[in-house]
Design a protein around this ligand. Structure first.
Ligand code: PRP
Length: 180
C-alpha cells in the first residue's frame, strides 16, 4: 500500500519495511558497540515507540533491561506543550543505570524536555536518547540525540507505532500526510 486514508486525511508511504529494518539494524549495532561493557536499561516512551523498541531490542547483541513510561503530548496532528507522564519505573530500577530513552519521534522536543529532568532526579549513571525520527525544523532545545534514524521534514507521520487519533499504529511502514 503506497497510499492510505485515515479519517479523511491522506497519507503516502515515506519509509517501507526494508528501509526501517536496515535503519533499526544500524542503530542496534551502534548501541551494542557503545554499551558492550555497560549495564543498559532501555526506557521506551509509550505508546508510539512500542514497535520500534521491540524491533530494536531484538537486534541488540548485548543484554539489556526494558522499562516503559507513558508520556503524552500530541492532540490530533499537533504536538502540544501539555505533557503528561502517566507511569514511571520504581526509583531503584533507575539508580546508577546507563539509560537509553527510546522514542519513535522527537518533534518539538517538549515531551523529552519535560521527562529528562524527572529522570535525572533518579540519579542514573548516564542518559542518552534514541529516536527513529526527528524533526530538526521544529526542535526547540539543545540537548543531544545520540542515536537517530532519520531527520524528516515538518510533516505529520503515522505507522510503525505512530497514530492519528489512535489509528495506524499497527502499520508496518511509515506514512506521511500528503499536502492538501
Ligand atoms: C508523540 C511521540 C513523542 C512525542 C514527540 O507522542 O511518541 O513521544 O509525541 O513530540 P514532541 O517532541 O513535540 O514532544 P504522543 O503525545 O502522540 O503520544 P503517543 O506516543 O501515546 O501517541
Amino acid at each position: 500500500m503506497n497510499k492510505i486514508e485515515i479519517e479523511n486525511l491522506n497519507f503516502e508511504k515515506l519509509f517501507d519495511e526494508k528501509v526501517i529494518d536496515r535503519t533499526v539494524n544500524r542503530l542496534a549495532k551502534k548501541i551494542s558497540k557503545d554499551y558492550e561493557h555497560k549495564e543498559l536499561l532501555i526506557i521506551s516512551v509509550l505508546k508510539g515507540s512500542f514497535m520500534f523498541t521491540s524491533d530494536l531490542v531484538k537486534k541488540l547483541t548485548i543484554p539489556c533491561e526494558v522499562e516503559f513510561v507513558k508520556i503524552t503530548s500530541y492532540t490530533g496532528t499537533q504536538s502540544t506543550e501539555n505533557v503528561f507522564v502517566q507511569t514511571l519505573p520504581d526509583r531503584e530500577r533507575l539508580l546508577n543505570r546507563n539509560i537509553i530513552i527510546v522514542e519513535d519521534i522527537v518533534d518539538t522536543g517538549n515531551t523529552l524536555n519535560y521527562f529528562l529532568p524527572i529522570l535525572k532526579q533518579y540519579n542514573p549513571t548516564s542518559i542518552q536518547i534514541c529516536t527513529l525520527l526527528h524533526k530538526p525544523e521544529v526542535f526547540r532545545y539543545d540537548w543531544h540525540i545520540a542515536y537517530k534514524g532519520w531527520d524528516i521534514e515538518k510533516e505529520f507521520v503515522v505507522g510503525y507505532g505512530m497514530d492519528y487519533n489512535e489509528i495506524g499504529r499497527g502499520l508496518p511502514c511509515i506514512y506521511r500526510q500528503k499536502e492538501k
